[in-house]
Design a protein around this ligand. Structure first.
Ligand code: 5GP
Ligand code: MN
Length: 341
């Protein structure tokens, strides 16, 4: 398997690890399967290296990830402010996983900035910021969980990891590749999956736990969302908007809209899909594309966001009532690119 990182990077990492006793592992706000999977896998890898750690997130994570071993111990700032702050302040090493800019941790950013311990980035997003002392950043891979597997197996000197670590890695690789439908067209991806199976994971069970664990309300919200989808065939684009009222009607719980943005892409000819969800003080956007249309550029330019070439996110600061009109104006500026993508 191709080595993605240099000997110097590993030497530096080992140097940091040798003097660490208690690390903080921080991931992005609204954490997904890869954020949580990579954090848990890393925490258990550090434990095998005799380093304690706390996983810290700014807000809660979806229920379909609660089965992961170790997820009970995750410190959530919105629930335990004092403990979370203390865990960051007392850490002697900070791992930043699955994001490329500290701003993605929202409320945690300032607490992290007040510390002076080394920060190590492990991430697969394009163009990481310079706020890190050591970077394991490589964007042409499926997930941060895959990078954690590669780094962990190198540090531990074996491809076979304990089952709980392998399950967390698998969870991140599966969810970030849309259950192997994208970001996974290279043989090393499946070599790693094969290694994870050799670690004793039950692939079918994990798939079932992640994808067949939704509430009836979530399923009905999906039906409602699809029924109000707007398709702009001439621009090869489609979008869905959900207001706070819509979410309330279906008793929304965190994680319920996960995956909705992918559905419009299964319409023939649609290359760009957007999901807009009204939050307290902004509209959260999820953006996906098919083929040669760069949604990272679109998210950065128009929506204070970023992400990957075909999957990005951001914010709109308009009132919900105006978001359709504003969004359509923006989509129209991409007509040529969308028609040629
Ligand atoms: P999702 O649409 O699933 O929330 O996010 C898709 C991708 O875009 C993920 O890789 C995520 O990290 C990134 N992303 C989502 N929201 C934001 C945002 O507000 N800012 C930036 N920079 N990236 C985002
Ligand atoms: Mn990821």
């Amino acid at each position: 398997m191709k080595d993605l990182f240099t000997k110097k990077q590993y030497d530096n990492l080992n140097r940091y690890l040798q003097s660490a006793k208690c690390a903080a592992i921080i991931t992005h706000t609204n954490p997904d399967g890869d954020a949580i999977g990579s954090s848990i896998a890393l925490a258990y890898i550090l434990e095998k290296l005799n380093i304690n750690s706390n996983i810290i997130i700014s807000n809660d994570f979806p229920e379909f990830l609660h089965w992961l071993d170790g997820s009970d111990n995750i410190l959530i700032y919105s629930k335990k402010r004092h403990e979370t702050r203390e865990a960051i302040k007392t850490a002697d090493l900070i791992f930043c996983v699955d994001f490329n800019s500290l701003s993605r941790t929202e409320i945690l950013e300032n607490i992290v900035r007040e510390t002076s311990v080394p920060r190590i980035l492990i991430d697969h997003h394009i163009d990481p910021d310079d706020d890190f002392d050591l970077k394991f950043s490589y964007y042409p891979v499926s997930s941060t969980s895959e990078l954690v597997y590669r780094i962990g197996t190198k540090l531990l000197g074996t491809k076979i990891l304990p089952k709980n670590i392998a399950e967390a890695v698998f969870c991140g690789m599966m969810t970030d590749s849309g259950a192997f439908s994208h970001s996974s067209s290279y043989s090393d991806f499946f070599k790693i999956i094969a290694n994870l199976l050799d670690c004793g994971i039950d692939k079918d069970k994990i798939t079932h736990l992640v994808y067949d664990n939704f509430t009836e309300n979530r399923m009905k919200l999906l039906g409602y969302a699809l029924s109000k989808m707007i398709v702009l065939h001439e621009y090869h684009a489609a979008y869905i908007t959900l207001s706070r009222e819509d979410l309330k009607k279906f008793n929304f719980r965190i994680g319920d809209t996960e995956g909705f943005v992918n559905y419009p892409l299964s319409i023939k000819g649609i290359r760009l899909s957007l999901l807009l969800v009204e939050k307290d003080d902004h509209i959260k956007l999820s953006i996906r594309s098919q083929g040669n249309f760069d949604v990272n550029e679109m998210a950065r330019r128009h929506f204070h966001g970023g992400g990957h070439f075909n999957a990005s996110g951001g914010k709109m600061l308009y009132k919900y009532e105006y978001c359709n009109t504003e969004l359509e104006k923006i989509i129209k500026t991409y007509e040529e690119k969308l028609c040629n993508a």
